[in-house]
Ligand binder design. Structure first.
Ligand code: NI
Ligand code: MN
Length: 224
């Protein structure tokens, strides 16, 4: 099992097993820390955690240009269908969707989800299994005790955890989340992008979990 993980800034991740690429929450246009342009990316699949602009972001444009299949909750699936996208896989928390390259599962997240006043369903976290590696991207969420259960069920190798405070957990609660989920590696996300989010995440120090503080544009490998 081996997977390359590129941090795209904010909550964006690009997972690549050498054959397939799964993009999560691509927010590049309007992201002051983004190092990539939407046209640079040619994913196999895109997973969206919720409808806020800093997550759904460039997903529709990238999907149109690349032909990627988009995985999302039901209401975002309906919305993207209205935008003319056809390769769409709807889901919702608790369900797993088999893919030609692995699988996607949605989890609950405590947050909101809307775009320009339109309700876009329940906000989610997403678990992606690619290249034999399991990545749990929490989306935007507050802390909840069932993170421990989700950790037991999915046994993620990597968890991407929002730590920017105000709209999600901050660094201390993010560390508590990592300690409940117990991944091998935690990647802090959703901080520093905008002045309202914290920049200093030195308190994100979960016990027993390796932290990868990734800079936008940085790529690391997990596994052999
Ligand atoms: Ni949000
Ligand atoms: Mn957000």
């Amino acid at each position: 099992m081996t997977l390359s993980i590129e941090f795209l800034g904010h909550s964006g991740l690009l997972l690549d097993d050498g054959t397939h690429r799964v993009l999560i929450d691509p927010f590049l246009t309007g992201n002051p820390l983004a190092t990539r342009k939407p046209g640079d990316l040619s994913p196999t699949a895109i997973a969206i955690t919720h409808g806020h602009g800093d997550h759904m972001g460039d997903a529709a444009a990238i999907a149109k240009a690349s032909g990627a299949t988009v995985y999302s909750c039901f209401e975002i699936y309906e919305y993207l269908g209205e935008q003319g996208l056809e390769k769409l896989e709807p889901g919702n928390p608790g369900g797993k969707i088999e893919a030609p390259w692995g699988w996607v599962a949605f989890t609950q997240a405590f947050h909101s989800s809307s775009l320009e006043g339109r309700y876009l369903g329940q906000p989610c976290g997403v678990v992606v299994h690619l290249g034999g590696v399991t990545v749990y991207h929490l989306g935007d969420t507050g802390i909840f005790g069932d993170m421990a259960l989700l950790g037991e069920i999915y046994k993620p190798d990597i968890a991407a955890i929002p730590v920017g405070d105000r709209f999600t957990m901050g660094p201390e609660l993010g560390a508590r989340a990592a300690e409940m989920i117990k991944p091998k590696v935690a990647i802090p996300i959703h901080y520093k992008t905008f002045p309202v989010l914290v920049s200093d995440i030195s308190a994100f120090n979960p016990k027993g979990v390796e932290v990868w503080p990734m800079s936008p544009g940085e790529r690391r490998h997990f596994g052999a």
